[in-house]
Each structure stands twice: as C-alpha cells, then as structure tokens.
Design a protein around this ligand. Structure first.
Ligand SMILES: C[S@@+](CC[C@H](N)C(=O)[O-])C[C@H]1O[C@@H](n2cnc3c(N)ncnc32)[C@H](O)[C@@H]1O
Length: 228
C-alpha cells in the first residue's frame, strides 16, 4: 500500500495518482470499460481500498468514489449511444450524475457538438476531466446541483442515477421537465428498485457484465428508457 500523502485539489490528487499509481489494490488503473471497450477509464482496482487510503490521507471522510467504478446503467447507455451515434451527433448533450464520465465520453465519441458532464462530487468532476483527456475528447465537467433547474441541452442522459429513493424523487421530475421542453432524454437503469412503473418506456435492453461492488451475478439486463 502507498504511504499516506497530503491531499490537494481532487484534480491534482487524481493526476498524481495516475502518474504514480503504485502496485497495490488501492490504485487507479486505465482500463477499457468492459461493455464499452471504445472508452478507457481511470478506475480503482478496488474502490473501497482506494477510498480508505484517500480518506486516511485527507484526515476526513470523502464521498463514496462512485466515479472509480463502472456502473451497469452507464455502460448500457454508453453502448446505446455508440451503437446509435445519430442520437448524439451534432447535439448539445448533458450527462447528469456523470460519475467517471463514461456516458459523456461516449456522447463525445458519437459526435456530439458540446458535452457537459455534471456531478455533485468534486472527485467525479476531476475524474471526468482526466477520463476525457485519456479518450482525447472534450467534455466540460461541472459540479453544481442542477436538479432544481431545467436542462437546456438537446439530449439529457442519466446512467444509473435511480439508485436511491431521495435522489430518484428529484431526478425524475428534472428529466420530465427536460422532456417537456423538447429535449430527448435517455435513462440507463438496471432496476435498483426506484424505476417508476408508468413514467418511462423501454427503448432497448442490454446484457451488461456486472463489475460493481456487492453484486454477484455475472450479467445483468439493463434497460435504456425514455419518458413516455
Ligand atoms: C451510481 S453513480 C453513476 C455514475 C455514471 N452515471 C455511470 O453510470 O457510470 C451515481 C452518481 O450520481 C452522482 N450524484 C448524486 N447526486 C447527484 C446530484 N444531485 N446531481 C448530480 N450528480 C449526483 C454521484 O456523485 C455519483 O457519481
């Protein structure tokens, strides 16, 4: 395990972690996203160990590093965009709750005109920056909480955002407002128990290899949905 180091900004910390990753399970590695090998991401070998080391170095608690893993919902959505590039090509795209930025990067690779990746975790904002760099695409990363506003993008993407009842209660109206003002909205979701039965309709389904922590099935059926 690496010795504790003083933390700086999330971006400086991630850049240092990438430059000198060490060789333990608590390191970041640049790897292909399993279901979207067109995209490479700096992910934690073991996100829990990485988190524990960074918290020890910071001397305070840090948000869970969701950005350091790939998520089934984001992988299905990114796959869908790369298989249907016309959805994003030439459009202004918002990736809501972007995590690593996988979906945003897929939109950029599909030819989007402008991509914004938003996440309230400052480490995710930094992760989007380093991951966009690794894939040689331009993605603007922002950290404001947008959920009480109305999106102005042409295409709004939300991968694996419905994992918590409180968050789903804010995200679903946000997505509906975006759709009502004419945006195309796509959600990638492996059904973590907060999918509304009647407000979204199925666009596609993908068998995504499961890699996130605490899940033991090797493949998961993941839906891409849009507001009815
Ligand atoms: C399960 S991860 C999914 C990440 C990514 N979309 C993917 O599929 O790989 C959920 C993300 O939601 C972010 N999040 C939580 N509340 C949020 C909010 N109010 N606005 C934006 N992002 C939020 C978390 O920080 C986390 O990165």
């Amino acid at each position: 395990m690496l010795a504790p180091v003083r933390t700086q900004t999330p971006l400086a910390d991630l850049e240092r972690e990438i430059t000198a990753p060490g060789d333990g399970l608590d390191r970041l590695r640049l790897v292909d996203a399993p279901f979207v090998p067109e995209v490479r991401l700096h992910l934690a070998e073991d996100a829990i160990l990485w988190w524990a080391r960074m918290e020890a170095a910071a001397g305070r608690s840090l948000p869970p590093p969701y950005w350091a893993s790939v998520w089934a919902g984001g992988q299905a959505l990114a796959r869908h965009l790369l298989d249907h590039p016309e959805l994003a090509a030439g459009r202004r795209v918002l990736d809501l709750a972007a995590g690593s930025g996988l979906v945003a990067i897929a939109a950029a690779l599909a030819g989007a005109d402008r991509v914004v990746a938003n996440d309230v975790d400052p480490w995710a904002v930094a992760a989007v920056t380093v991951n966009a760099r690794a894939n040689r695409v331009t993605v603007a990363a922002t950290g404001d909480d947008l959920l009480d506003s109305t999106a102005s993008a042409d295409l709004v993407l939300a991968g694996d955002v419905l994992y918590d009842a409180g968050l789903a209660a804010r995200v679903l109206p946000y997505l509906q407002r975006a759709a009502d003002r004419g945006a195309q909205v796509l959600v990638g979701d492996p059904d973590r128990g907060h999918l509304p039965p009647d407000r979204l309709e199925l666009v596609a389904a993908y068998p995504v290899p499961v890699t996130e922590p605490s899940v033991d099935s090797p493949v998961r059926r993941v839906q891409v949905l849009r507001p009815r």
